[in-house]
Design a protein around this ligand. Structure first.
Ligand code: ADP
Ligand code: MG
Length: 370
């Protein structure tokens, strides 16, 4: 079924818009063997962009292998996901996957389970343990495979910040970098969203991945790109929205990708023929209501001071938190509290530092707080 607006999962085809510049840059990086680090807030469009580029590169020259490590909790969780993705995606069908495993991973006996739904994928479980293969052996796989298939391989690792949470993370990062930087026919695209964690991994001189590759901060899609997208999708459903109204949808959520699509969808649901300003307002209220459970979860466990700090920022205080007036008006405790408040709330990704001060990271959360 063709959907007008999609949010909460990666988008492709007719639901994917713009990103022309980013696509070109990433495609160049992939085709020229450059390592890339791609960072943005959650649900801004990283996965969609990488999958889009994957569909654009010349398959005869470059093999792009994509994996998501959001649920990997340890080093060997990671190696299993890494090896599974490589085995599956460098072969064109299931028989060849088994051959791949025989060729490259002789010491294990994999489990393959086929889904009852023929359209669905099969799942492959390699069960690699330290007794079977060393970290270095697994990390070397892409280079070995690339030589065999005679193509450059780009390994894309989604939610890479997860590595920062592994026990003994620093040692693991050293191992990865140590092996990967010597590979001649393989490059990496590492991306994720927890900005502070990724920043730690990639921008700290002490860390192994310092200056590993071309760093791209994925910016929001500009309004002038969204407007024709939104108007066209309304027109396809025989409904009308004016360009200024489509622009309002973007502005209300600061062009935050998934919210633009979610709000546009709410507007469409409420519209019979033509969008009105009242519908726009109702749709925005619906958006806040639909996300309330999520926001409750995000603020769960915050202290009174932390909540007060969020409220202050939502009300427009962006700096000078230690002034007596601000401390008192918003009940933020003592001056010495502030640095810690900022650190904790930044780590939880509730607030972010911009050039001119501190802001609520999520534009809809900000409205909800108000
Ligand atoms: N290029 C795009 N065009 C249209 N919508 C997009 C685009 N990129 C992201 N989105 C919207 O954002 C949502 C999240 O995208 P996703 O790629 O999963 O983000 P991330 O990987 O950064 O969390 C999508 O469901 C869609 O609503
Ligand atoms: Mg993603």
């Amino acid at each position: 079924m063709k959907k007008s607006f999609v949010y909460g999962m990666f988008v492709e085809g007719d639901n994917f818009t713009d990103r022309v510049k980013e696509t070109r840059r990433l495609k160049m990086d992939f085709e020229h063997g450059m390592n890339v680090i791609l960072i943005s807030p959650r649900r801004m469009g990283k996965t969609s962009l990488v999958k889009h580029v994957q569909s654009q590169v010349d398959e005869n020259l470059v093999k792009v292998v994509y994996m998501d490590i959001y649920d990997c909790r340890s080093e060997y969780d990671f190696y299993n996901r890494f090896a599974e993705a490589l085995m599956k995606q460098t072969a064109s069908h299931a028989d060849l996957v088994m051959k791949n495993i025989k060729d490259f991973l002789v010491r294990i006996s994999p489990k393959v389970s086929f889904s009852p739904d023929p359209a669905m994928d099969y799942s492959l479980s390699l069960g690699i343990t330290p007794k079977d293969y060393s970290p270095e052996e697994i990390l070397s796989l892409p280079e070995v495979i690339s030589q065999k298939i005679g193509k450059h391989i780009v390994v894309c690792i989604d939610e890479f910040q997860q590595v920062g949470e592994f026990p003994d993370s620093l040692t693991i990062q050293k191992r990865m970098r140590g092996v990967w930087q010597l590979q001649r026919n393989v490059s990496y695209c590492l991306f994720g969203s927890k900005k502070h964690l990724l920043t730690e991994i990639f921008h700290s001189k002490r860390m192994p991945f310092y200056q590993f590759g071309d760093t791209i901060y994925l910016e929001p899609i500009p309004t002038e790109e969204w407007v024709p997208f939104i108007c066209a999708h309304f027109a396809q459903e025989g409904k009308r929205i004016s360009e200024p109204q489509a622009a309002q949808i973007c502005e209300k959520v600061h062009n935050y990708s998934s919210y633009v699509q979610q709000l546009a969808w709410n507007v469409m649901l409420n519209t019979e023929g033509e969008v009105t300003d009242e519908i726009l307002q109702v749709a925005m209220q619906d958006l806040i209501a639909h996300n309330t459970a999520l926001f409750m979860q995000q603020i769960d466990g915050l202290t009174t001071y932390q909540m007060n700090f969020l409220r202050a920022v939502a009300r427009g205080v962006h700096k000078d938190f230690t002034s007596q007036e601000t401390l008192e008006t918003y009940n933020l405790g003592t001056k010495s509290n502030i640095t810690r408040l900022i650190t904790v709330l930044t780590n939880k990704e509730l607030i972010e530092k911009r050039i001119d001060g501190i802001y609520i990271a999520d534009p809809v959360l900000e409205k909800w707080l108000l």
